[in-house]
Design a protein around this ligand. Structure first.
Ligand code: PHE
Length: 445
């Protein structure tokens, strides 16, 4: 018998845990900052609505319909050799992203530790010290393995049920604090006042990629979770809550960071420095800064952990689907490989000269090369393949029927005779692949 989530709430919190991660708290504010503020937010929200909803229905629906993760689901639905490469690609992407995601998550743990002993360490010094970066990445991987090896209900669901509400409480408290700073309104204006002239092809690309990454869509993360979902549950309403939470967390992160940045007149330079260099600086000059920085890094570590769990479950779930080896054994074995690959990334931010300076595809540093190749380019390729496979190479209706199970309004005409069912089919066949092709052309041609 396949394990099931114990409740709909458990599923929502776990899927939201996967979605809410470093993507929301580091990458989203950085994207806003780089791409002219509210214009980025507007396009991001557009992508979340147009792509996010149908793609999330698709991923969860495919998982529940087949009762399997992406690999076995593609086999079961008759994928040819070419489309069977899609789940394989997704597994490789999850494996590689997890290896460097753990390094960044390790920085959160490291900064959490430093905050707890009220010690301030410059970002540059921290990340170039292997004595910090390697053990903290390994500690993070150990946590992930420890949770995932216990299975869905006892491990993943229980952890998410505790961590997600805590995360919201910390975020809301910090946003209120940040909004009460002098000149906070300038940050709010930056986040919400749209300047349409800032909408460029580059902005479209990053906002689109961000929406996909942030919602954990494209590599089967929600397919494996969907395979543990009961038939009673309503995929459409679940997706609504997950997308709402993911978007709220991104907005709250913006409402914490921008008022603080404007209030202190600091301009962050790079994606990672945005969180790890600037915020501790701000915290240290704030009243109660010590408590705030402990809370903030705790929050980041929690968000990263629930996403790390999701990357790891893509691997463990798909492998146990197709083999007789126990979940525990697969978890330990894979954990070792992830840890081995994490080491060069942990050394690539200054600790080792070669890993820090190696360059490929215009990116330099091992971690950045992996992130660009697997976290952006191949991530989009994988999403495109899934949508084309489900839209054109298997009966799309089967997935649509699955989504209707537990959601009676799905097939009912809502507006001008159009039902969500029809919107779904049209999106999967046309809108998603065309938008992905457009984005891809902008970025890489
Ligand atoms: N959505 C996560 C984040 O924002 C990353 C992620 C992508 C997790 C895909 C699992 C699967 O950080």
């Amino acid at each position: 018998m396949r394990e099931n989530f114990s409740s709909k709430l458990g599923f929502i919190l776990t899927a939201a845990g996967s979605a809410v991660g470093l993507g929301n708290i580091c990458r989203f504010p950085y994207g806003v900052n780089e791409n002219g503020g509210a214009a980025f937010l507007l396009v991001y929200l557009f992508c979340v609505i147009i792509i996010g909803f149908p793609f999330m229905w698709l991923e969860i629906g495919l998982g529940r319909m087949t009762g399997k993760g992406m690999s076995a689901a593609f086999e079961k639905t008759g994928a040819n050799w070419f489309f069977k490469l899609n789940p394989l690609l997704a597994l490789i992407i999850s494996f590689i992203i997890l290896s460097y995601y753990s390094v960044i998550a390790g920085w959160c743990l490291g900064y959490l530790g430093l905050s707890l002993v009220d010690k301030h360490e410059d970002f540059g010094n921290f990340v170039s010290n292997a004595n910090y970066t390697v053990p903290s990445a390994l500690a993070f991987i150990l946590l992930v393995v420890w949770i995932v090896r216990s299975g869905v209900k006892a491990g993943i669901e229980r952890a998410s049920k505790i961590m997600m509400p805590l995360l919201f409480v910390i975020l809301i408290g910090m946003a209120i604090y940040s909004l009460s700073l002098p000149n906070a309104y300038k940050g709010v204006e930056f986040l919400f006042h749209v300047d349409f002239s800032k909408i460029t092809p580059n902005l479209l690309v990053s906002a689109f990629g961000q929406a996909l990454f942030s919602l954990s869509l494209g590599i089967g993360g929600l397919t494996i979770y969907g395979s543990y979902l009961s038939k009673k549950d309503n995929i459409v309403s679940i997706s609504f809550w997950v997308i709402l939470m993911d978007t709220l967390v991104a907005l709250l992160a913006g409402l914490i960071i921008f008022p603080a940045v404007f209030s202190f007149g600091i301009s962050p330079k790079s994606e990672l420095a945005f969180t790890f260099n600037v915020l501790p600086e701000i915290f240290s000059s704030m009243p109660y800064g010590y408590v705030l920085s402990v809370l903030f890094f705790l929050l980041l570590a929690l968000a990263a952990l629930t996403s790390g769990i999701s990357f790891f479950e893509i691997l463990v779930g798909n492998i146990t689907d197709k083999s007789q080896i126990s979940r525990k054994k697969v978890s330990y074995l894979l954990g070792i490989f992830v840890a081995l690959l994490a080491i060069p990334s942990a050394l690539s931010t200054g600790a080792n000269a070669w890993f820090s300076s190696v360059s490929l595809f215009g990116k330099s540093g091992f971690l950045d090369i992996l992130d660009h190749t697997f976290g952006t380019v191949l991530f989009i390729v994988s999403a495109a393949m899934t949508s084309i496979y489900v839209g054109w190479f298997m009966p799309t209706k089967e997935v649509a029927e699955e989504i209707s199970v537990g959601c009676s309004m799905f097939a009912k005409p809502l507006f001008l005779g159009v039902s969500l069912y029809k919107v779904f089919i049209f999106s999967v066949k046309f809108i998603i692949p065309i938008l992905i092709a457009f984005v891809f052309a902008q970025k890489f041609l």
